[in-house]
Ligand binder design. Structure first.
Ligand SMILES: [Mn+2]
Length: 372
């Protein structure tokens, strides 16, 4: 089985990141970046000229731009409003522009109103580093708007993906809307989107990889669908094309102790439907509370060797990035996206991958020796 992968880092363009392309280029083993247009309003076409300029900047730095994370899905598509067709057409046009400049994989999410959520973006861990953490009771005490305000206060002036101003402005009305929408209807809106977009993605040669809901449980009465193996099965069956795929976000799914991440990796990568993996670790304090931690298995509750082994064994040949890192060594950066801890994480993951690959080759040679 020809498993191989590319290790990339997330990077935000147009001065919206403390980390430079030059620094990423000097990080061993990194072939490219997952990037985006940070302030592009959902529902608008990403202009070809802008996308071309972004690609040129990344290539000049000696890196690839094969992955975009994310193109936001307009709320009207998620709500199933009559205006959705216009926004779906814009989404398809954006896909076409991205494919035109060589993008091969798009990570996106279908979370209603609220993207990812944390109660604290800079919690001090015992070793003095800072990490993002989640305390369910504290999140429930906040309302989405006050959480948004708290998060943007801690964001050091960087845009927070998923917490765009236009999304915040519509939040209260949107939450009322979703409380009256059945989960079946929400799945239906997802299928409507996929059935329109996936055939075009096939034509353009670009795979879509939905990001799981983070955290993987309901909040404020909003539907949360991409949260566990059963729901991922349902999602992939909505449209059976391999272009309708998954971003295996170990940290998002792994916050729920009932999710067996190596098993999830094995099942869906075995179907050829995992195109992108976000690998990070976390320490669960209870079934609904966790701290993000450093990447190594010993630092958290997720077994990174088992997750990578599952991907390798199933012939994974997509993209991997170390997901959020802690803030260490005095670095000041966008929460979760400093350079140092992610560079450590990437090289830890690369080391595991090399070992898995070489052990597999040795096994095969030993078997052949026995046969001869
Ligand atoms: Mn993720």
């Amino acid at each position: 089985m020809g498993a191989d992968m590319k290790m990339i880092l997330r990077w935000f363009p147009f001065g919206d990141d403390s980390v430079t392309l030059k620094q990423i280029r000097q990080t061993p083993g990194i072939s490219g970046v997952a990037t985006c247009l940070p302030r592009a309003p959902a529902g608008e076409v990403w202009p070809l000229e802008t996308v071309k300029a972004l690609k040129a900047e990344i290539e000049e730095a000696g890196l690839e731009m094969e992955v975009i994370e994310s193109v936001n899905v307009h709320e009207d598509i998620k709500k199933g409003l009559p205006t959705r067709d216009k926004y779906i057409a814009a989404y398809i046009k954006t896909l076409q522009n991205l494919a035109y400049v060589g993008v091969k994989c798009l990570c996106y999410n279908f979370m209603p109103v609220i993207d990812w959520a944390r109660s604290d973006l800079a919690h001090t861990l015992p070793d003095g580093s800072y990490a993002m953490v989640y305390r369910h009771e504290e999140v429930l005490k906040m309302n989405p708007a006050s959480m948004a305000a708290a998060m943007s206060d801690e964001s050091r002036g960087y845009s927070l993906p998923g917490w765009e101003p236009e999304r915040l402005a519509a939040m209260a009305g949107d939450i009322r809307f979703y409380r009256n929408l059945s989960r079946g209807a929400y799945w239906g809106n997802m299928k409507y989107f996929l059935d329109a977009v996936i055939p075009e993605a096939e034509r353009f040669g670009i795979v879509l990889a939905i990001h799981p809901d983070d955290p993987p449980w309901p909040l404020y009465g909003l539907p949360k669908l991409i949260t566990c193996a059963e729901h991922i099965r349902t999602f992939l069956a909505l449209n059976g094309s391999r272009h309708n795929g998954l971003t295996l976000c170990a940290g998002s799914l792994g916050a729920d102790p009932d999710n067996d991440i190596p098993a999830i990796a094995r099942e869906f990568s075995g179907m050829g439907r995992v195109h992108f993996a976000h690998l990070r670790n976390l320490r669960r304090l209870s079934a609904r509370d966790f701290d993000e931690t450093a990447h190594p298995s010993a630092c958290g509750d997720l077994d990174m060797f088992e997750i990578l082994k599952a991907l390798y064994d199933t012939g994974f040949n997509g993209y991997i990035r170390p997901d959020h890192g802690r803030m260490i060594w005095g670095e000041k950066a966008r929460p979760g996206y400093g350079l140092y801890d992610r560079a450590l994480g990437a090289n830890y993951l690369l080391g595991l991958w090399e070992a898995i690959k070489k052990m597999d080759k040795m096994d095969k040679i030993n078997k052949m020796d026995k046969m001869s």
